[in-house]
Design a protein around this ligand. Structure first.
Ligand SMILES: Cc1cc2nc3c(=O)[nH]c(=O)nc-3n(C[C@H](O)[C@H](O)[C@H](O)COP(=O)(O)O)c2cc1C
Length: 239
């Protein structure tokens, strides 16, 4: 028997033996011990999985996932700087300084996203490498962002409005035509991190995708190479 035939024969034989061994037994093999004696709760054909929220991970991440809801009705209450900082860090902060890797995954670790925050204090641009903000404008542009976002007035009513932009060229050098797909996916990763931290801080927000790109770019004074991908107003719930 040649090698491929022999492999097929052994595979069929193994399948038959495994089938016979399973006859008459409906026990579920315990993946933890491998002894087959105890069924793992929730593991088996059609069995319900354990309640994910009841068994939350430390830090309450599952709780934040469960309770996150898009918020458009904001209280007239400032968001403290340290909370803004945490949201910026969650979206694009450096979490591995040695390798320069960030909180949100990035295709090829090329990091095509830029992050801005607009508030009554003006517009600031996040610098992940220094975990710092650079001021790009002194004026409150939230009205301008709301106008750019097809007059969705809640954008102007939020105490802080984050804007995520993407530079396709950074990713296109390596990934060509798939760059746009990758950059959009990454904006989703970053936005979700930000929104979950907002939720865990008792805040809320909404990811807004309906806006005029050029108008958003102009309002926050972003570079020509940047494409606005998300406008995310954040604040405390009005009630
Ligand atoms: C890509 C994208 C674009 C969105 N754009 C807007 C928007 O322009 N305005 C808005 O009020 N909500 C927007 N949303 C929020 C959705 O309306 C919201 O996520 C949806 O109603 C589900 O509600 P939830 O976020 O509370 O789970 C957008 C969501 C996504 C994912």
């Amino acid at each position: 028997m040649g090698m491929p035939d022999r492999r097929v024969f052994l595979l069929v034989l193994g399948t038959l033996i495994a089938g016979l061994a399973g006859c008459g037994s409906r026990r579920v093999r315990d993946p933890g011990t491998g002894d087959g004696a105890a069924a793992t709760p929730g593991v088996g054909a059609g069995a319900a999985l354990p309640d994910p929220v009841g068994a939350d991970v430390p830090g309450g991440l599952l709780d934040a996932i469960e309770h996150r809801r898009s918020l458009r009705d904001f209280a007239d209450k400032a968001v403290p700087d340290e909370q803004i900082t945490r949201m910026l860090w969650a979206a694009q902060g450096i979490t591995d300084p040695v390798r320069g890797l960030r909180a949100a995954p990035s295709a090829g670790a090329l990091y095509p996203l830029e992050l801005y925050v607009a508030s009554a204090e003006g517009v600031h641009h996040y610098l992940p490498e220094r975990h710092a903000l650079e001021r790009v404008g002194r004026h409150d542009v939230r009205d301008g962002l709301a106008a750019a976002a097809l007059r969705q007035s809640f954008v102007a009513e939020a105490p802080v409005v984050f804007v995520i932009t993407g530079v396709y060229a950074r990713t296109a050098g390596k990934y060509g035509e798939r760059a746009a797909r990758y950059v959009h996916i990454e904006a989703g990763h970053a936005a979700q991190n930000l929104l979950l931290v907002a939720e865990s801080l008792g805040l809320g927000g909404v990811p807004v995708g309906a806006f005029v790109d050029d108008a958003v770019r102009r309002v926050i004074d972003a570079g020509e190479e940047e494409t606005p991908l998300y406008v995310i107003p954040v604040g405390s719930p009005a009630r």
